[in-house]
Design a protein around this ligand. Structure first.
Ligand SMILES: NC(=O)c1ccc[n+]([C@@H]2O[C@H](COP(=O)([O-])OP(=O)(O)OC[C@H]3O[C@@H](n4cnc5c(N)ncnc54)[C@H](O)[C@@H]3O)[C@@H](O)[C@H]2O)c1
Length: 469
């Protein structure tokens, strides 16, 4: 079976076909064999795992996609530009109004006016030159991420992409292959890995508070119906189109990224297999049917993505992860952020901590707010302690995590350090989404999660986010 068709990989027209138009008959074994063959052909060696590139004293940025996220990341660059660590040298969007808005936004803190690439969907390619930029910052719709990151690296730039960076297995493989061949950084910008609560939990884990970790539950539960239907929010309603044509976990990384840090994934453990199930669909189609727009009403019968997707993932060390995705149902935002160890348990939303006192103790209650505050103070992550004041004084983005993320990216590039997350992390977290779709299509069949690191994952190390930079 032709799961790995390259033809439809990157263009909007064909890419949705790669798994979801194949009705039934998906077999984990044949898919695994095809992926293994692709990995073999790609010649993956793991040589970009601790990649360091020459220091770039002032990182020249080509920003692709100037919508909601692009605009927000411009704000995150304000301080870095003013300090001389970075400069936005090029911007690109197909929508001239967004270009104009971005130009005005950038002019508020940067004297140099970036070169503009607009007018058609391929104009961004002209910005992918080392004469113009060192880093491609990719904030476009999902279907562009892999293509833009590959082109950037091929032309000698580093690539930093919004999430997910890929959503087919071959795209994950191609990204790893390109990063290894070109020795360019390729980072997927998973901002939740820099959130204060997640960093605090990571620090407690590293300091032994949780004992032996066994299980985690994470998610992206965010009612996006209104935004997906709104004709002006996502350009050309790109996000809704994915939900019309794909079924599985389309957005794995906000929940999974932090859990992979907790579990030392690719740094001593790895994700080995998954099974995925989608519920039926009702909430999005009912919302579409309730509009007054005939075009949207017609879409009500076309929604493919189930309301709630649940994926169970196993790791090489025998840990389990429950990962959920739901952007259709009306309910409060939640990433769950649950982690279970032999000595402590944390549940997020709201944050609750349980410290175990042995099997005979019958407390079975979350710590009081006062007792938890002691843990918050004692185990605040050093990265957060170092950057809190700076983050609070500047546009923060999602409570500060976006600022910290951009700070780390640019400062690592300035100093010629390896990045906090490498191409293998982004490729793996994205691959889980692709395989969840394959599993759902195959009636929740078990899918093998292949190793894209050539065995580098077995080398234990502390997560690089703790380095002082
Ligand atoms: N990490 C986060 O917290 C977070 C938050 C929001 C969005 N995102 C991600 O950011 C990305 C963008 O989302 P958004 O909400 O900004 O969407 P958006 O529709 O507001 O912005 C996307 C922009 O890309 C432009 N674009 C599309 N094709 C292009 C092309 N070929 N060349 C140049 N520009 C092109 C569109 O015109 C649009 O302005 C998505 O991947 C999304 O998942 C991440």
């Amino acid at each position: 079976m032709d799961f790995l068709r390259m033809s439809g990989l990157l263009g909007m027209g064909g890419l949705f076909n790669s798994f979801t138009s194949k009705k039934g008959n998906t077999r984990s074994e044949s898919l695994d064999a095809e992926i293994q063959e692709k990995i073999k052909i790609a010649g993956i060696t793991g040589n970009a795992f601790h990649l360091k590139a020459d220091p770039i004293p002032k990182v020249r940025i080509a920003l692709l996609g100037l919508g909601n996220r692009g605009q927000s990341l411009i704000d995150m660059l304000n301080w870095l530009v003013q300090e001389g660590h970075a400069e936005i040298t090029a911007i690109s969007d197909i929508n001239p109004k967004k270009v104009q808005r971005a130009k005005e936004q950038i002019a508020e803190f940067q004297s140099y006016a970036p070169v503009v690439f607009t007018g058609n969907k391929d104009e961004w390619e002209k910005a992918m030159s080392t004469d113009i930029a060192d880093l491609a910052l990719i904030c476009t719709p999902w279907e562009w991420h892999t293509k833009m990151a590959l082109k950037a690296m091929k032309n000698g730039l580093h690539a930093a992409s919004e999430v997910p960076i890929a959503y087919t297995p071959e795209a994950s493989i191609e990204l790893v292959q390109m990063a290894e061949t070109t020795q360019r950084h390729c980072i997927m910008l998973e901002n939740c890995c820099y959130n204060r609560e997640e960093l605090w939990i990571l620090n407690m884990i590293e300091e032994g508070v949780f004992g032996t970790l066994t299980h985690a539950e994470c998610a992206y539960l965010h009612d996006l119906r209104q935004l997906m239907i709104d004709p002006t929010y996502y350009e050309d309603r790109w996000r809704l189109k994915h939900h019309l044509q794909r079924n599985g976990n389309l957005y794995t990384t906000h929940g999974l990224g932090p859990v992979c840090m907790y579990f030392d994934i690719l740094r001593g453990d790895t994700l080995t297999h998954l099974t995925s199930m989608s519920s039926g669909e009702a909430a999005l189609s009912e919302a579409l049917a309730a509009t007054n727009d005939p075009e949207l009403k017609a879409m009500a019968s076309q929604v493919t993505c189930g309301d709630v997707n649940t994926t169970l993932i196993g790791t090489a060390k025998g840990r389990s992860i429950m990962l959920q995705f739901d952007v259709h149902s009306g309910r409060p935002y939640n990433r769950l952020d649950k982690v279970v160890g032999s000595k402590a348990t944390h549940y997020g939303y709201p944050s609750r901590l349980y410290i175990d006192h042995g099997a005979s103790w019958d407390g079975h209650r979350w710590l009081s707010n006062e007792a938890k505050a002691e843990y918050r103070d004692k185990y605040e992550h050093p990265l957060w302690t170092r950057l809190q004041k700076l983050a609070e004084e500047h546009p923060q983005g999602h409570g500060g995590m976006d600022f910290v993320m951009m700070y780390r990216l640019i400062r690592c590039l300035n100093l010629g350090e390896s990045l906090d997350m490498n191409v293998y992390d982004g490729a793996l977290w994205s691959l889980v989404g692709a395989l969840s779709e394959a599993s759902v299509t195959a009636g929740s069949e078990r899918m093998v999660i292949p190793d894209l690191t050539a065995g580098k994952w077995t080398e234990s190390s502390r997560h690089p986010v703790g380095r002082e930079i």
